[in-house]
Design a protein around this ligand. Sequence first.
Ligand SMILES: *[C@@H]1O[C@H](CO)[C@@H](O)[C@H](O)[C@H]1NC(C)=O
Ligand SMILES: *[C@@H]1O[C@H](CO)[C@@H](O)[C@H](O)[C@H]1NC(C)=O
Ligand SMILES: *[C@@H]1O[C@H](CO)[C@@H](O)[C@H](O)[C@H]1NC(C)=O
Ligand SMILES: *[C@@H]1O[C@H](CO)[C@@H](O)[C@H](O)[C@H]1NC(C)=O
Ligand SMILES: *[C@@H]1O[C@H](CO)[C@@H](O)[C@H](O)[C@H]1NC(C)=O
Ligand SMILES: *[C@@H]1O[C@H](CO)[C@@H](O)[C@H](O)[C@H]1NC(C)=O
Ligand SMILES: *[C@@H]1O[C@H](CO)[C@@H](O)[C@H](O)[C@H]1NC(C)=O
Ligand SMILES: *[C@@H]1O[C@H](CO)[C@@H](O)[C@H](O)[C@H]1NC(C)=O
Ligand SMILES: *[C@@H]1O[C@H](CO)[C@@H](O)[C@H](O)[C@H]1NC(C)=O
Ligand SMILES: *[C@@H]1O[C@H](CO)[C@@H](O)[C@H](O)[C@H]1NC(C)=O
Ligand SMILES: *[C@@H]1O[C@H](CO)[C@@H](O)[C@H](O)[C@H]1NC(C)=O
Ligand SMILES: *[C@@H]1O[C@H](CO)[C@@H](O)[C@H](O)[C@H]1NC(C)=O
Ligand SMILES: [Cu+2]
Length: 603
Amino acid sequence: MLPSFKTFAAALTLLSAAAQAAVVTYNWNITYVNANPDGLYERRVIGVNGVFPPPPIEVTVNDTLVINAINQLDVPTSLHAHGLFQVGNNQMDGPSMVTQCPFPPGANFTYTIPTVNQTGTYWIHGHNLGQYVDGLRAPLIIHAINETYTYDEEYTVAFADWYHQEHAPLLAFYLSIYNPSGAEPIPQSGLINQMTNATFAFVPGKTYRLRVINMSALSIFHFHIDGHEFDIIEVDGIDVQKANVTTFPIAAAQRYSVLVTAKNSTSNNYLIHGDMDPMMYDVVPPNLVLNITGTIVYAPDAPLAPIEYSDWAAFEDATLVPVLAQPTSPYTTQNVLTAAFYLMTDYTNKAVFNDITYVMPKVPSLYTALSMGNLSSNPQVYGPNAHALIASHNEWFEIVINNDDTGNHPFHLHGHVFQIVGRSEGLYDGSTPYPYYDASTNPNYANPMRRDTMLVPAGTNAAIRFQANNPGVWFFHCHIEWHLEAGLAITLIEAPEVMPSVLTVDPQHYEQCAVQGIPYQGNAAGNAGLNLTGANFGPSILPGKFTAKGIVALVFTIIAALLGLVTVVWYAHDDDLALAQASLAEAAEKNKAAAESEELSSL
Ligand SMILES: *[C@@H]1O[C@H](CO)[C@@H](O)[C@H](O)[C@H]1NC(C)=O
Ligand SMILES: *[C@@H]1O[C@H](CO)[C@@H](O)[C@H](O)[C@H]1NC(C)=O
Ligand SMILES: *[C@@H]1O[C@H](CO)[C@@H](O)[C@H](O)[C@H]1NC(C)=O
Ligand SMILES: *[C@@H]1O[C@H](CO)[C@@H](O)[C@H](O)[C@H]1NC(C)=O
Ligand SMILES: *[C@@H]1O[C@H](CO)[C@@H](O)[C@H](O)[C@H]1NC(C)=O
Ligand SMILES: *[C@@H]1O[C@H](CO)[C@@H](O)[C@H](O)[C@H]1NC(C)=O
Ligand SMILES: *[C@@H]1O[C@H](CO)[C@@H](O)[C@H](O)[C@H]1NC(C)=O
Ligand SMILES: *[C@@H]1O[C@H](CO)[C@@H](O)[C@H](O)[C@H]1NC(C)=O
Ligand SMILES: *[C@@H]1O[C@H](CO)[C@@H](O)[C@H](O)[C@H]1NC(C)=O
Ligand SMILES: *[C@@H]1O[C@H](CO)[C@@H](O)[C@H](O)[C@H]1NC(C)=O
Ligand SMILES: *[C@@H]1O[C@H](CO)[C@@H](O)[C@H](O)[C@H]1NC(C)=O
Ligand SMILES: *[C@@H]1O[C@H](CO)[C@@H](O)[C@H](O)[C@H]1NC(C)=O
Ligand SMILES: [Cu+2]
């Protein structure tokens, strides 16, 4: 029988969709290069194939994405494609000691995503310590076959903060006993597309999609454009109904796409603004340019239109409406996680969720989950400081995040977009029903906003919900790089009982652990059963729960007096800082040993 015309047409469509799906391969030779992105200071940065910034990655939905990474650094590394669900592909997610061992200098690691199954604006970045702060970060754009909205052209507007010092010494100082208040390193510059003079050519009459990404370590930027209105159309890969706003804040790791219609006249050029919010900085250095700009160019010689200042109007992302509706369901498990920073038993300032600071286990948590048999559903096997939460397969899982800190934190969940189901002022203590947005319809929202990174302002709480339909080990953490390294993370163990039947690990990944002497099976200590002898323990909160800021001066004075050290001002000018670090490095070594023995004796 001849196929009907309809079947034939359908087959043609399938063929054309199949024809478009391609294997897109990027060879990423990760190396140090010298660069001067802000024009103020040349330094060693991390580039790709000898180039900085690393090139953006672009694929079309249904493509296979292959990244052949070669580590030419002198330290181990790993890569994370931020926002990709990695269904059945947890081994390619990237966070070091969560889903893999970082791969060592000289080694290769191939990240393969068999079918890219999402569309929108993402980014890829180093996920071993803070390597992305040194430049290992790039946009990752996934084009739809048919985009939800039509536009003529698109540009990526990637904001980032920039430090003149390398991440490693900044981190060492940030987490040292000389910084008991936990003041974060303050960047020297803000960049757009890794430069200070980014331009975007506009042609009259055309409509542009701007993909705005915040690849910062710390800073929050307020986005606005002089002389142009725009509509938000996408948030973290989720297409949303058009929202006409004048400005929005974008926190580290978040993405927004906006549609902008070009003017009819070429008589002016206009600035695109990313105003860095100084609230994030303990002290604003006088020479830091907070309001960074790029230029929409209609004509090279046209004058700039007058600068318009933004009121940084309040903006609630939860009011946006996804185009593809996904209703929520009542949760079956609720976890209340309270984020805070405290002075710890090692006299450093660390971050905690419910009093536990995250410390990497000795065995990547995914490998523990896959090697512990039915003990994989026991959170203890992931170690005392991996802070494992267990979700059952397909259950609706809710996390209420209490931000009991004086700073705002953008929280990111790997492997999912979550629904934002509630927010309120103050902290939620679990004793009363959660104050959801709309009690009359809760918990049956027809279509809550969903995204993968959410800002929780200081002193407030938010509730997120998702279905545990992606078996694997997924990291949940603050995306301010310094806070992640201070321990503001938990490990979500999703459907451990299902993992062995749906997940595999390339044997080469285990070999790369082996060559570095990292165990790749057993519990967090690399032992059998619940024997956690030798596991990595973190420091605990000092009795009295000092949230450093109030008592810092006192404690610092005492410590300084005890140790016979000069006081250092963390936000000091570069040169002062370098000097301070040089003179303190030796003392720090000595006192590290002292602190360690103290910690041991307090156990
Ligand atoms: C992607 O592939 C699946 C399965 O082959 C197909 O059903 C779907 O239509 C494709 N999507 C696009 C956007 O081509
Ligand atoms: C990677 O880059 C390094 C440094 O530029 C170079 O020596 C090496 O040959 C490159 N490797 C490959 C496979 O391109
Ligand atoms: C890494 O990949 C490069 C390029 O494919 C190859 O030349 C090199 O031999 C590989 N190195 C290792 C250790 O496999
Ligand atoms: C692709 O996405 C669809 C819808 O989100 C989901 O049903 C399907 O399982 C996904 N496939 C893969 C391979 O991730
Ligand atoms: C894209 O749109 C065209 C025209 O409307 C349609 O024929 C085709 O099936 C669509 N493809 C996908 C993958 O949605
Ligand atoms: C930006 O400035 C740098 C050096 O200051 C220059 O090399 C580069 O070409 C400029 N880029 C644009 C788009 O003007
Ligand atoms: C990016 O996010 C960080 C941290 O949330 C924030 O401080 C910074 O201002 C943001 N930058 C932009 C351009 O939104
Ligand atoms: C967007 O909002 C502004 C003022 O809030 C209004 O003047 C303008 O007409 C709106 N544009 C659209 C397309 O709705
Ligand atoms: C540009 O001109 C066209 C035709 O005159 C008009 O319809 C349109 O609204 C104008 N666009 C803008 C942004 O002014
Ligand atoms: C930065 O921008 C904000 C809002 O647009 C404005 O209030 C502030 O005065 C600007 N700061 C400087 C130094 O221009
Ligand atoms: C776990 O597995 C062991 C042996 O594989 C078995 O003896 C034990 O009953 C199991 N425990 C549970 C709670 O299923
Ligand atoms: C626990 O593990 C340690 C380290 O591997 C080992 O020395 C010790 O014998 C084990 N204890 C038990 C009771 O198995
Ligand atoms: Cu944070």
